[in-house]
Design a binder for this molecule. Structure first.
Ligand SMILES: C[S@@+](CC[C@H](N)C(=O)[O-])C[C@H]1O[C@@H](n2cnc3c(N)ncnc32)[C@H](O)[C@@H]1O
Length: 395
């Protein structure tokens, strides 16, 4: 059942029936809201069977339900997003709608994707009460699985647990053509998106996003601006996809497979990474697949099964674990080929986290020139039960 008290409180910013002058409400809003929400909501951690009366609107930590309540921050997010009155805005995880109501006022339309049915209903009612329901389309879906309708820009305070796959989906998703994504993210995650080569936070996520988009820092947001208060601080960033002619000409699937290999252990030198027997086997297999457009050789008990190989440099590697069969000679020759490219190009002793995108593109092109290719094995992974599924995403 909808909690009327909660509804009145989260609505207070725009509720015309409230007698308090707008500015005064604006000033008091965070404190009133925090105080009252605290007494009228429960978070997973505090849930007990005997403490769940109907008028409690329980927020689920597992779904990242931390509501942004500071009107100053909400207004800044909307202002910085530079929304045109003709724009359709995609909001992921609208929750109770504190941001959505502002977006509805600024945009022509808001399409929202929310996983929690209760939030969907709450938001629809709230929009109706403000006479804005005709501008809102909210569906109950997992944003990672949803096919987003057409949108001009994204503005969202997203659940932090899905940040990496969601950012990947937005910037690498086929068919999305949008101006910008203003996202409220966990501070550390935002720092990685903003990191430059040589920074300690510079990783595969940063390099992949930067290939196809520009990232701008907007502001830090205190954990105290949320209800309930999370453990971490947050930051707002704006991601702007590059136009087609600004993106280097590279096969994006191969690029992502290449950076996955390079950054597998980002503090190892590229020489050490690509000398690993499993890496050599994987690349030999992919390169042969590319040449023959055929089957990959895997699974023979007579050959090398790197999962069981005690001589591996890095047994803790939790990436793709597929067994291939190659002779010692084949592997040695192929390994020489890789090392030769790394040596002659001066990349052997370099660490991926210190390299620029241009350096990495150059290395990929040199490896391709020597017949060494990279490929995202996800398709093969789904089709083949021999694959150990434990693939990290972009981090
Ligand atoms: C951090 S809260 C933000 C709520 C609201 N936008 C705000 O700023 O107050 C994240 C919201 O995302 C929703 N959510 C969590 N996982 C989701 C998913 N996979 N797809 C869509 N929504 C999700 C949660 O239910 C929650 O409402």
């Amino acid at each position: 059942m909808m909690n009327t008290l909660l509804k009145n409180q989260v609505l207070s910013h725009n509720n015309t029936s409230r007698p308090l002058p707008f500015k005064f409400v604006e000033l008091l809003f965070p404190r009133i809201l925090v105080q009252q929400l605290r007494t009228n909501t429960l978070h997973d951690k505090h849930e007990t069977k005997d403490r769940q009366p109907d008028n409690f609107f329980r927020l689920h930590k597992s779904k990242g339900q931390h509501l942004l309540t500071n009107p100053r921050v909400l207004d800044t997010i909307v202002r910085k997003s530079a929304i045109n009155p003709t724009d359709t805005v995609l909001e992921i995880g609208p929750g109770t709608g504190n941001l959505t109501l502002r977006l509805l006022q600024a945009a022509s339309k808001v399409v929202a994707v929310e996983i929690d049915e209760r939030m969907v209903k709450f938001l629809q009612e709230r929009a109706s009460e403000q006479g804005l329901q005709h501008k809102l389309s909210v569906t109950r879906e997992d944003a990672l699985k949803a096919e987003f309708p057409r949108f001009d820009l994204v503005v969202a305070n997203i659940p932090y647990g899905i940040s990496s796959p969601l950012v990947t989906k937005l910037v690498y998703g086929e068919g999305y053509n949008f101006r910008s994504a203003t996202l409220l993210l966990q501070k550390e995650f935002a720092r990685r998106l903003l990191a430059k080569p040589g920074d300690s936070e510079f990783n595969r996520l940063a390099v992949n996003v930067k290939l196809v988009a520009e990232v701008e820092f907007v502001m830090d947001v205190s954990k105290r601006d949320f209800v309930p208060c999370p453990k971490v601080d947050s930051s707002v960033v704006i991601i702007r996809p590059k136009s087609e002619n600004e993106i280097p000409s590279v096969n994006l699937d191969e690029w992502r497979a290449f950076t996955r290999s390079c950054f597998n252990k980002k503090n190892k030198t590229l020489g050490a990474t690509f000398k690993q027997k499993k890496r050599v086997m994987e690349l030999l297999n992919l390169s042969q697949m590319r040449e023959s457009e055929g089957e990959c050789r895997r699974g023979s008990n007579d050959g090398y099964d790197f999962v069981k190989d005690d001589n591996l440099d890095d047994q803790s590697d939790d990436e793709d674990c597929i067994a291939y069969s190659y002779s010692e000679t084949e592997l040695t020759m192929f390994k020489r080929k890789i090392i030769e490219v790394l040596k002659t190009s001066g990349f052997e002793d370099k660490r991926p986290s210190k390299l620029s995108i241009e350096d990495l593109l150059n290395l990929l092109s040199l490896l391709n020139g020597a017949g060494i290719y990279f490929h995202d094995l996800k398709g093969a992974e789904n089709a083949d039960n021999n694959t150990v599924l434990n693939r990290k995403d972009m981090e």
